[in-house]
Design a protein. Structure first.
Length: 187
């Protein structure tokens, strides 16, 4: 992991250096305009590098799983025995869509869940319909379907194991999780 981070930092530095070299060469051979002097070029290079680092760090934070969960929202909830999307669920999925469009190399897995009531088979099928509802809505919002994988856990992975209506409502959900392999490509 450290090698990957180091490699990305080195590549970013080489790209910034290559861009700066091209800008200097173009400025000195353009024939019109101003040529950066040694006194000012160091300052502008420093500002460009700092600006680039800030933008990269900000983008890196926003491409994190933590940012996705806390700022975008990673889950939507469903009614009892339902797989249609509520207005609140659509709001969350619209934010997910925008985030996915911003980071086009990231793929996600949508997990469909249900509460404990009903048979295992029935709940697996219901979880699959919930996951597909989430996927279909994201696709309708412009996200490439090849970037979204689905899985159903039915009632096998409850968030709240209690047998109460409050617990059941937490367990009837669709959870979108960025895939770690594609997340590492953004960092």
């Amino acid at each position: 992991m450290r090698l990957k981070v180091f490699s990305v930092v080195v590549m970013a530095g080489l790209i910034v250096t290559a861009c700066e070299t091209a800008i200097e060469e173009n400025a000195s051979t353009a024939g019109s305009g101003t040529v950066a002097t040694p006194e000012t070029s160091g300052e502008s290079k420093s500002a460009m590098v700092t600006s680039s680092r800030i933008a990269h760090d900000s983008n890196k934070r926003q491409a994190s799983v933590e940012h996705f969960q806390s700022q975008v929202g990673d889950r939507v909830f469903f009614g009892f025995d339902r797989f249609d999307l509520s207005p609140e669920a659509r709001d969350v999925l619209e934010r997910q869509s925008e985030w996915l469009k911003r980071f086009p190399i990231i793929t996600i897995t949508v997990a469909g869940h249900s509460d404990e009531r009903g048979t295992r088979e029935y709940n697996l099928a219901l979880g699959e319909r919930r996951a597909n509802s989430v996927k279909n809505y994201l696709v309708a919002l412009g996200v490439d379907s090849n970037r979204i994988h689905t899985v159903s856990y039915g009632k096998e992975k409850p968030v709240d194991p209690r047998s109460t209506e409050a617990a059941w409502s937490k367990n009837r959900r669709g959870v979108s999780m960025p895939d770690s392999a594609t997340m590492s490509q953004t960092n």
